[in-house]
Design a protein around this ligand. Structure first.
Ligand code: GDP
Ligand code: IMO
Ligand code: MG
Length: 444
């Protein structure tokens, strides 16, 4: 390696290795100090990333978690689906709390727009699946965030009915397109049982053109902006939203979201190839949580699950729903680490596990045939049939929030981390011992 290559800026990806809410926001905020540009590549306002700094709590949905650090460029890439009203709300909320949001935020002109009818479609489809189409099998609903994510991505793939951020900047073009789309959507919503007046294309066009004007200063070709930044020697930090087990191709289909939220979404969602990503930090809770429906082999439906939920404040950042909780499932995390190419692990919410006499870690799945496998089954129907095989580890009683480094942790806590590393074959580089930016141990 030449000295120029050695000194070249390093680009990092932060990605969730479970079903979301692993604490990605906090880790992105922390790593922002070492990078110049923070980039969202997937998802939309279904994400909820919490960052706590000095007692202040911020919830971010569309804006990269780097925004709280002055002097950094924050980019919403082409792979994101943008709800303009939510984005403007978020910008205003941050500004009202003294956070600078101006030229430091760029939005791709090719990102797709979440329209109000997408949210109606999302909710109507969920209702249909929960009540009308369920029959004797119970609800077929996915338990989406109802933020219009699936229908917006469906329009992206359908092409002729999609609206992109760039379209909001041309009022006449937007109106022409919406006149066609609204006719179609009104009929579709009616078929789903929505009893509402026909969508008013002209009113919608006017409203969204106005939102486009507000966003205009931020809108740009982010692909060139990112490549220009790299050519200028600036480093990038990719912020994953949702998480690997919710990836449309590699997650627990069909109980997934509608984007490639693993690191595999970075190239298509930003225009930057994978060989420009030098470090992938996989974020993993010390246990497991999931919001919405879908299989969860290590779920705890008892007092232990409730205790984890209360200690970990496991209530959704976006929807406020109580999260399902369970023991750490290393079979799924090793699979996610493989899919995402994780070079290191951040083990977050480790402090939540203090005070349990013993802890369980899932290291295998027993299939209906009786065979035990260490391979994940990224298919909801198959995964629903496995039984977790556990190893039991000794717990620790000490509060670990004030631990200074890994060596200072109780010996049982260190053994828990050692077991994770051995099973995953990936080093634990960061340990979260509390919600604040400062509550993070970085491996020496
Ligand atoms: P994200 O979607 O991956 O960014 O995660 P969320 O913000 O939705 O959920 C993670 C929750 O855990 C938030 O309430 C964070 O403030 C909190 N959190 C993050 N890291 C830690 C940690 O190490 N310990 C504790 N106790 N809370 C944490
Ligand atoms: P962050 O970035 C947790 C889940 C939803 C639902 C499924 C599909 O905060 O980790 P969608 O609205 O995307 O169509 O819902 O995916 N889901 C998340 N769960 N954290 C998230 O994001 C999620 N984003 C989507 O609960 O089960
Ligand atoms: Mg979240």
């Amino acid at each position: 390696m030449s000295s120029t290559e050695r000194n070249a800026p390093r680009n990092t990806a932060v990605v969730g290795l479970q079903w979301g809410d692993e604490g990605k926001g906090k880790i992105v905020d922390l790593l922002t100090a070492e990078h110049d540009v923070i980039v969202r590549y997937n998802g939309g306002a279904n994400a909820g990333h919490t960052v706590e700094v000095g007692g202040e709590r911020y919830a971010l949905h569309l804006i990269p978690s780097g925004i709280l650090n002055p002097g950094k460029l924050n980019v919403i890439g082409n792979g994101v689906v943008v709800d303009p009203e939510k984005l403007i709300e978020e910008i205003e909320r941050l500004r009202s709390r003294g956070v600078d949001v101006g030229a430091n935020l760029k939005v791709s002109d090719r990102a797709h727009v979440v329209m109000p009818y997408h949210k109606e479609q999302d909710a109507a489809l969920e209702e249909f699946l929960a009540h009308i189409a369920s029959g004797e099998r119970g609800s077929l609903a996915i338990g989406t965030t109802r933020r219009g994510i699936g229908p917006a991505y469906a329009d992206k793939i359908s092409r002729s009915t999609a609206i992109r951020v760039g379209d909001l900047l041309d009022a006449a073009h937007l109106r022409d397109r919406l006149r066609v789309v609204c006719r179609l959507r009104t009929a579709e919503l009616k078929a789903l049982g929505v009893n509402a007046p026909a969508l008013d294309a002209d009113a919608l066009a006017e409203r969204f053109a106005a939102l486009g004007s507000t966003l205009r200063p931020h809108v740009t070709d982010t692909v060139y902006a990112l490549h220009d930044a790299m050519a200028d020697g600036r480093s990038l930090l990719f912020e994953g939203a949702n998480a690997c087990l919710l990836d449309i191709d590699h997650g627990t289909y069909p109980f997934v979201t509608s984007s490639n939220c693993s690191t595999l979404g970075i190239p298509s969602g930003t225009g930057i190839t994978g060989n420009r990503i030098h470090r992938v930090l996989g974020i993993m809770k010390a246990y497991t949580s999931r919001v919405g429906a879908g299989p969860f082999p290590t779920e705890l439906l008892d007092g232990t699950g409730e205790r984890i939920r209360q200690r970990g404040r496991e209530f959704g950042t976006t929807t406020g729903r109580p999260r399902r909780t369970g023991w750490l499932d290393l079979v799924s995390v090793r699979y996610s680490a493989m899919i995402c190419g994780a070079t290191g692990i951040a083990c977050t919410l480790f402090d939540v596990l203090s005070g349990f006499e013993e802890l369980k870690i899932c290291t295998g799945y027993r299939l209906p045939s009786g065979t035990v496998t260490e391979r994940f089954l990224p298919d909801a129907r198959l995964l629903a049939q496995v039984e977790p095989v556990y190893e039991t580890l000794e717990g620790w009683s000490e509060d670990i929030r004030d631990a200074s480094d890994r060596q200072a942790l109780p010996s049982a806590a260190r053994r828990y981390l050692d077991r994770i590393e051995k099973y995953l074959g990936v080093p634990v580089e960061m340990i979260g011992v509390g919600p604040d930016r400062a509550h993070t141990l970085v491996a020496a």
